[in-house]
Write a protein that binds this ligand. Structure first.
Ligand SMILES: [Fe+2]
Length: 297
């Protein structure tokens, strides 16, 4: 059965047993799984050269990924660790929001180990190892980007500390839900779908774009996409939908710029400016809220 997205007995067993962190059972990948990786990787290479930012291109070079085989996380980590201290850490599925951000703070990146079907490369019901390893991890080789992720993880602790001081349960949950929504929106419009200025051009640094054959070109070329300089007050109040190409993307000048925005996010959180952001997507589920409250007790 292999390690195919939504069809992997190994993952179902781990989830039933309540095991979030797992060891990548490399021998379970089938030839079809490797074939999916090979097809995904080979068709992205020319698109990366054309649309990806220089930090990503340097990063993917320094990870020495095999274009033909699903990567072993321990091999990836051998190259990644010395550069920024980040590690890809195999998980069995959904990671509650606080746990996810806390991992980033500890320079661990929760990584999906399943891969989409080789005959449906553009259908992605949930993140897979191509999105996580080819889309995210090359960015983690860049020290400035890595610091931003750590900073983001620290923001989650600030949020947990802040709401721990709210006595009224309803107010606490309302405030926390809003903060998580604001953080998720910021993450979405930067880490997942961000664009960066590069001289007179725009380049892609968001991992959702870097792992999508169709959307990476659409993001840069399509006249249907609105592209604006990132304004924090806009991003944290802007809802988004995940099931189609993004109609609105935000641009940063540099990773120093992005880092300064993560700083600003935390300052605004402390000032209460994240406690009542606009309603709408994404939905913050009970597990996300509970994960913050467990830390806040
Ligand atoms: Fe992602």
């Amino acid at each position: 059965m292999g390690l195919t997205t939504t069809e992997a007995p190994f993952i179902e067993r781990a989830q039933r047993a309540g095991e979030l962190y797992v060891t990548q059972p490399y021998e379970l990948y089938t030839e079809e799984n490797h074939e999916a990786w090979r097809k995904l990787y080979s068709r992205m290479v020319p698109r990366w050269r054309r649309y990806a930012n220089e930090h990503f291109l340097r990063g993917i070079g320094s990870l020495c990924l095999d274009p033909n085989r699903v990567p072993r996380l321990e091999d990836v980590n051998r190259f990644l660790g010395p550069l920024t201290g980040f590690q890809a850490k195999a998980v069995s599925g959904y990671v509650p929001a606080f746990v996810f951000f806390d991992c980033l703070r500890n320079r661990a990146f929760p990584t999906t180990i399943t891969i989409r079907r080789s005959d449906r490369l553009d259908y992605l019901p949930e993140p897979d190892i191509f999105h996580d390893i080819a889309g995210h991890v090359p960015m983690h080789t860049d020290p400035h980007f890595a610091e931003t992720l750590v900073r983001f993880g620290q923001c989650a602790h600030t949020a947990a500390d802040l709401v721990s001081g709210i006595r009224d349960r309803e107010t606490q949950v309302h405030c926390l839900t809003s903060i998580i929504r604001a953080m998720a929106r910021f993450f979405w419009f930067t880490i997942e779908f961000g664009l960066m200025r590069s001289g007179d051009e725009l380049k892609v640094y968001g991992s959702g774009l870097l792992s999508s054959y169709g959307e990476i070109a659409h993001a840069i070329e399509s006249p249907e996409v609105q592209r604006y300089a990132l304004q924090l007050e806009w991003a944290i109040n802007q809802s988004f939908e995940i099931d189609h190409y993004q109609p609105l993307l935000f641009i940063v000048d540099s990773f120093d710029h992005l880092f300064s925005l993560a700083d600003q996010l935390e300052r605004w959180m402390k000032a209460g400016k994240l406690s009542n952001v606009a309603p709408g997507e994404p939905v913050v589920n009970e597990r996300d809220v509970a994960s913050f409250l467990a830390r806040a007790q």
